[in-house]
Design a protein around this ligand. Structure first.
Ligand SMILES: [Mg+2]
Length: 218
């Protein structure tokens, strides 16, 4: 089992290295830099959308349903559930949201949530209690779609709300089925099985706009 996991991880590492080499070869990493030092992208999404459970934070709320979730208590950078488990922001979630909310490069981009969590009230509490520097996590989002409807419904409403095309949107989700559903609409989707990591974020930005799922190793 451990050997299989290790093999899968090394395959993922190889895939990313190959993708990075290919991007470098076609000049994707040689884009001009702004005076602020950030990469000036050729194209930038108008709306960036994040799933919550297993993508922005861990564990997923359904895992706490029987063991005890809210009320959550701050515990360093994490939140302590009633079960005693720590809920943590995954990967580079904090850094990415900070970048989206505080840099001029991203001032024209809307940031949204698309979640079908089993415990929306707990998710709302976590959004109110987690911090990104001096910001409340929830304040990092312009729109929240947190309902049991399909993710396609979430995206249809976001598209109407921001009067954009699906091709202008970017989405991160840890469930492959959701990625496939939303990719078929024309959204650039990044499969994020370990949450929004710096690698997945960079790969998605380099690929945008993309008809195929980013980080799709199936
Ligand atoms: Mg999820």
């Amino acid at each position: 089992m451990a050997a299989a996991m290790k093999t899968t991880q090394s395959m993922k590492g190889m895939r990313y290295a190959v993708a990075a080499m290919a991007l470098h070869a076609c000049g994707a990493f040689q884009q001009p830099r702004t005076t602020r030092g950030a990469v000036a992208l050729r194209a930038k999404p108008k709306v960036v959308v994040f799933d919550l459970d297993g993508c922005l934070w861990d564990p997923e709320m359904y895992m706490l349903s029987w063991r005890g979730g809210a009320p959550f208590t701050p515990d360093g950078d994490a939140m302590l559930a009633q079960s005693g488990e720590r809920v943590v922001l995954l990967g580079a979630a904090r850094d990415i949201l900070r970048q989206l909310r505080t840099t001029d490069d991203w001032s024209a981009t809307k940031v949204a949530i698309s979640s079908r969590t089993d415990e929306p009230a707990w998710a709302a509490e976590l959004l109110d209690k987690f911090r990104v520097d001096d910001m409340v996590l929830g304040s990092c989002f312009d729109a929240r779609e947190i309902t049991k409807e399909s993710k396609s419904s979430h995206f249809r409403r976001l598209k109407e709300k921001y009067a954009c095309d699906y091709e202008d949107m970017m989405f991160f989700d840890n469930e492959y089925g959701n990625c496939r559903e939303i990719s078929q609409l024309g959204v650039t989707v990044a499969f994020s099985p370990e949450g929004v990591t710096g690698d997945v974020w960079a790969e998605a930005l380099a690929a945008f706009p993309s008809e195929s799922i980013v980080n799709d190793y199936y």
